[in-house]
Design a protein around this ligand. Structure first.
Ligand SMILES: C[S@@+](CC[C@H](N)C(=O)[O-])C[C@H]1O[C@@H](n2cnc3c(N)ncnc32)[C@H](O)[C@@H]1O
Length: 203
């Protein structure tokens, strides 16, 4: 069963956490500045930022439900940084080395313990099946997986967050289903649909 977040309900919770939200607004502004500065560079060609406020609201709902979070394609690391500040044990995997460097710098500056690794979030053991809809659009498929450098496996994470390209939702879900833990939560952002939360083994 897919669970779509209820914005009204979450806004009430979000209002209770003003100081963290104020800090996050500075973080989001810094991410916007980096985008303005570097958007024409090759490292940013595959990067688009999610609606961080919407992701924050979803994370608020998940506090206490999940302990470990992994941001797939973490870019500037904003979601992993927020999650770490909110009490999750948070990690990010990103293909572009310079984005990992930005994420690590931002994490340090904002007092976040989020850890980042350069490489692919697609586990080596994932078996592609085009019949099952495993299509990639702009996700890089020819770089080694990064789980070893985090000393973690995909199944160690309770909650996986990603912002898939429009044609890649099925691929991302299939990776979580086949390589994630049995009841992993998969939180995704889509430019048109907003946030969606599913359990990995929901039909
Ligand atoms: C749409 S952006 C999402 C950025 C951020 N997670 C967010 O939600 O705002 C996708 C990111 O995935 C990265 N990426 C693409 N293929 C990847 C792969 N196989 N493994 C890790 N990162 C990848 C891109 O460099 C880009 O930073």
């Amino acid at each position: 069963m897919a669970v779509v977040t209820n914005d009204e309900e979450v806004s009430a919770v979000a209002k209770d956490d003003g100081s963290l939200l104020a800090e996050f607004r500075e973080l989001w502004a810094e991410a916007d500045n980096l985008w303005d500065q570097y958007q024409e560079t090759p490292a940013f060609h595959g990067y688009v930022s999610a609606d961080y406020y919407a992701v924050y609201q979803s994370l608020l709902r998940l506090e206490g439900t999940a302990a470990t979070l992994l941001e797939w394609g973490s870019g500037l690391g904003i979601v992993a940084i927020m999650a770490s500040r909110m009490g999750f044990e948070a990690y990010g995997i990103e293909a572009e080395p310079s984005l990992v460097e930005h994420a690590e710098r931002l994490a340090q500056f904002y007092g976040s313990a989020a850890q980042f690794a350069q490489g692919s979030f697609i586990p080596e053991e994932f078996e592609w099946d085009l019949i099952e809809g495993d299509e990639s659009q702009r996700t890089l498929i020819d770089i080694p997986a990064a789980y070893e450098s985090l000393d973690m496996e995909l199944r160690d994470f309770d909650l996986i967050y990603a912002y898939p390209w429009p044609e890649e939702h099925t691929l991302f879900r299939n990776i979580v289903r086949s390589c994630g833990q049995k009841n992993a939560l998969f939180l995704s952002y889509d430019g048109r649909e907003g946030m969606e939360l599913i359990r990995s083994h929901d039909p």
